[in-house]
Design a protein around this ligand. Sequence first.
Ligand code: AHR
Length: 501
Amino acid sequence: MQTSHVIADKDFVVAPLDRRVFGSFVEHLGRCVYGGIYEPGHPTADENGLRGDVLELTRELGVSIVRYPGGNFVSGFDWEDSVGPKDQRPVRLDLAWGSTETNQFGANEFIDWCRKAEIEPMFAVNLGTRGPREAQQFLEYCNHPGGTYFSDLRKAHGWEKPHDVKFWCLGNEMDGPWQTGGKTALEYGRIATETAKVMRWTQDGLQLAVCGSSFRAMPTYGAWEYEVLDQCFEHVDFISLHQYFENYENEIDRFLTVIDDLESFIVEVAAIADAVAAKRRSAKRIMLSIDEWNVWYRARAGEQLRGVGWPEAPALLEEIYNFEDALVVGGALLVMMNHADRVKSACLAQLVNVIGPIMTETGGPAWRQTIFHPFAQAAKYGRGDVLRCKVETGSFRAGGQEAAPYLVTSVVHDPETGAATVFALNRASEEMALDVDLRGLGNRRLGDTHELHHADTKAINAKDDPDNVSPAPHGEARVEGGTLSATLKPLSWNVFQTLPA
Ligand code: AHR
C-alpha cells in the first residue's frame, strides 16, 4: 500500500482556472462533422441536421470552447466556399485528408451549433494557402455589425447578428512539412504579424493565438517558438502547443509518465516566451493554448490517415480508447490545471469520432468513450482557484525518465460556492492511502465523489457495451475537520468534492 499526504491552502493560489481549458476541437476530417455533429435525416437531428444525441453528450462533457474548422484542413480552406445557399456551395478536394469536401456544413452552421451547445466558438484562419487579406475578410464577415460588403453578405445569408468570435488561431502547425503551405519560422512569423495587425484594426478585443511547434519532438522545436514570437510578440496573446500521447511500446508505466513530458513542454514554452519578453524588457506574458491534445497512436497510419479514392466523410482517425487512455487524459488535465497561471486555453482533439471522447454510428446511436469521463468530471468540478499543493508521495522510474510521483493531484477551490474539489490520479499498481489537509477552508463535509477504475487496463466502451468503463461513487472517503481521507484503488482516477460543513 502506498501512502500520500497533500497540503492545500486556500491562500496559496496558482491562478483562477480559465474555463477555456475545457475546450475541444471540430475539424472537417473523417466523420467529425458529417456523421458526427451534423447528420440530416438522423432520428435525433433537428431541422438543420444537427444531431441531438451528440449535442446532449457535448453538453454533458462540459466543453467550454471549440476550435474549428481545422487542423490541417484549414490550410487549404476557402471560407467563402462554406457560406451562402447550400446548393451553390462548391465541392472541393480536401488535400489534407484525401477526402471530398461538400461544404454542406460551414462557418454559419458551426456558429448555430455552438449557440445550441452553449459553447464559445474559436476559429482558425488559413495561413497556408492564403494570407492577411482573406483572414481579415472572414473576420469582417463574421463579426462586423453591418454596412460593409462582407458583413452585409453574412446578413444576406441569413445571420443578421454578428457572430462575435473572440478567439482566433493564426493558422495551424505551420512548421509541419505535411502542412499545405508550410513555412519557415521567419516566413510564418511575418505572415502571422501582418494578419494579426489587420485583424486587430478590424476589431478590438480579439484574442489571437500564434502557432508553436507541431509537437515537442520537432527538430525545430524551441528555435521555432523563439523566432516566431520574436516576430509577432507585440501582436499576439497566445502561443499554441500540440501534444498527442503514444503507447506504441505498450508499457503502462512509461505511458502513464507521458503527462510528465507535457509538464516539461508547458514549462519550456513558457520559458521561451518569457525570454522573448525579457529581450524587450516587457512585462507582457504570452499565454499558452494547448489547442490540440489527446492520446492518438493507433489510428495513425495508411488508410486510417487519408481517404483512398477521394471519399466523402470516410472513417479516419477513429481511435478506440481504453481505460489506461482515460488515466492519461485525466492526468493531462491535472497537469494543465496546475499550470493555470499560463495555460489559459486547451482543446481536446477532437470531439466526435475523430480521436474523440464521443463515438457515433452513422444513422445509429452515440456513446461515451472511456476518456469522456475524466474530462467531464474535470470540467464539472474544476471551477475557481487552483491551489498550490505540497505533495508527499512515492515515485517510480519508467522508460529512462526522471522519478515520477505516484500521486498526481490538483485541488480547486471555488470562492463563490465554497466547494473545494480534490482530483487524484493513482499511478501505482497498488492501493494508496491518501490524506489531504485543506487548510484555511474550515470544517468540511463530503460532497460528490467519483472513482474511475477497471481491473483490465485495456477495457473499452463499445456500442453494445457503452458503460463498461464508467465512474462509480467512491466507497472509501471521509472528511474530518478539514482533512479528506480516502483509499485509492490501484491505477485509478478519483474526484472528491468537499463543501463547507
Ligand atoms: O487532430 C488531427 C490533426 O493532428 C490535425 O488536423 C493537425 O493539426 C494535427 O497534426
